[in-house]
Design a binder for this molecule. Structure first.
Ligand code: BES
Ligand code: ZN
Ligand code: ZN
Length: 477
């Protein structure tokens, strides 16, 4: 459950307090009983990270930042420490908590709150005994004056965006078809204030989006093409920033069928790029960022079926490029090609696409990083990389050298949809590049969109990766 987040005031009554502390000795913390403080001091001095006490009437957890110096990233350490604190709070059924910080760096507190909220995420929609399973934390108060109201709403709206993103990734195809995904976008748009336009199959046909339509051929469910727009009156940018997300709501591989075990089983997460774009649009609009942003999501499932596209088919993308399809499992790039072509009409300042595009990227980087490729300026890319380190969704650059593009030469069409045995993440990037004529960044999030084991505040299952990254980038734009 998404906890409520607010600043404390004189009327705030909570029985549980979290105190982030770097120098407990000098801490004159009013309202904390002396004996409690004394025990905490001793425990923290002995290297205990979380000093937990219950004096009968109140519960105190002192969270030590002592170990942060060992890590290169204090804010990330703070998020992870919060995750441990979150576990304790839920174990004891704590409902409301007051967080105070003695750390001088405000970002340590921001990271802590973020880590606490993100760690409290669960996906229990299909569980019968929700009440028993649900986390208990429902209200988080931050010590008055430690964060401004705008800091607080920023964290709140961003975390809500991440929750939204995780929810749609975790939803199986039995619920989240392309049409349902569109409904979620419309709903989020209404809640956050951005405009959503949903193009249906006949309109997609009129737009000649042969990539998206071909991938959809084997499906009983129609595709959708979704345009979300946040256009504030005082936008800083004249030309929009366009975010493109792969929205393959399920990827069986099509006729080039995937094996199920450890491969197809998790392919409900193949709209993770679209989920990131949706979550970011939500956070951007809710926080009323003064940036003109457009989100594009081509959505469909990819299935074998009576009329499914077959290996060997030649299909035509909306810019008339012909593609020889030699593997129906390389479907993401086909849908994205149509979306990247569509983005041209905005004459965008920058286009960023996010996609769970290749197993190759996942194998190269694991769940720890994002593969980035780009044609934009060094300045634009370094800004995004900076954001990626701020939020710890780290990007590492792969090259888009020309010779990689040659691996996509087709005998009978303009291009084929797969390269050779090697450099799969890069050949996928090279394929996409053909459909761009603007500054562009491609992010392959195949490794980090969905986790198979618990990982601190990122949890297990859909991570919402990309949401915080895009938001942080746009917030600092
Ligand atoms: N959705 C997959 C990529 C993927 C793999 C995402 C693992 C998340 C985890 C994509 O559509 C795909 O199947 N790619 C193929 C491309 C190949 C046929 C050129 C792949 O990576 O194997
Ligand atoms: Zn695929
Ligand atoms: Zn896919």
């Amino acid at each position: 459950m998404l906890p409520q987040l607010s600043a404390s005031n004189s009327k705030t009554k909570v029985k549980t307090r979290l105190i982030i502390t770097d120098k407990i000795t000098s801490a004159a913390i009013p309202s904390i009983p002396k004996p409690v403080l004394k025990v905490a001091q001793t425990e923290l001095k002995n290297g205990i990270e979380l000093s937990h006490q219950n004096n009968g009437s109140e519960r105190f957890i002192f969270c030590s930042t002592d170990n942060f110096s060992k890590s290169s990233d204090k804010v990330e350490s703070s998020r992870r420490l919060a995750s441990k604190a979150c576990r304790i709070l839920n174990k004891y059924g704590v409902d409301s908590v007051l967080v105070s910080s003695l750390a001088s760096d405000k970002n340590i507190l921001v990271g802590f709150i973020e880590g606490l909220i993100l760690s409290n995420y669960q996906f229990h929609r299909y569980k019968a005994d929700k009440r028993k399973l649900n986390n208990s934390i429902s209200k988080i108060f931050v010590e008055q004056k430690q964060l401004s109201n705008s800091d607080i709403s920023k964290i709140k709206n961003l975390c809500a965006g991440v929750y939204l993103s995780r929810d749609v990734v975790n939803e199986p195809l039995s619920y989240l078809t392309a049409e349902q995904f569109s409904k979620e976008m419309v709903k989020a748009g209404k809640a956050a204030g951005f405009k959503t336009t949903v193009f249906k199959k006949n309109q997609i046909k009129k737009m000649k989006m042969g990539g998206l339509l071909s991938v959809n051929l084997g499906s009983e469910d129609p595709p959708t093409f979704n345009v979300m727009e946040w256009k504030p009156t005082k936008a800083k940018n004249k030309k929009p920033i366009v975010l493109v997300g792969k929205g393959v709501v399920y990827d069986t591989g099509g006729l080039s069928l995937k094996p199920t075990a450890n491969s197809m089983d998790f392919m409900k997460s193949d709209m993770g790029g679209g989920a990131a774009v949706l979550g970011a649009m939500y956070a951007v609009a809710k926080n009323k960022l003064p940036i003109h942003v457009i989100g594009l999501i081509p959505a469909t499932d990819n299935r074998p079926g009576k009329n499914a596209y077959v290996p060997g088919d030649v299909i035509t993308i909306s810019d008339n490029t012909t593609v020889e399809v030699l593997n129906t499992d390389a479907e993401g790039r086909l849908c994205l090609a149509d979306a990247l072509v569509y983005a041209k009409k905005y004459k965008p300042e920058l286009v960023i696409d996010l996609a769970t595009l290749t197993g190759a990227a996942a194998r190269a980087l694991g769940p720890n990083a994002i593969a980035g490729m780009r044609t934009c300026s060094d300045k634009q890319f370094s800004k995004l990389t900076e954001a990626s380190f701020n939020v710890f969704e780290r990007i590492v650059e792969f090259p888009l050298w020309e010779d990689y593009g040659e691996m996509l030469n087709s005998d009978i069409a303009d291009v084929k949809n797969i390269g050779g045995k090697y450099a799969g993440a890069i050949t996928a990037g090279k394929f996409l590049q053909r459909f761009t004529d603007y500054p562009w960044i491609h992010l392959d999030i195949a490794g980090s969109a969905f986790l198979h084991s618990e990982n601190s505040y990122r949890g297990k299952g859909g991570t919402g990766v990309g949401t915080r990254l895009l938001f942080n980038f746009l917030d600092n734009y």
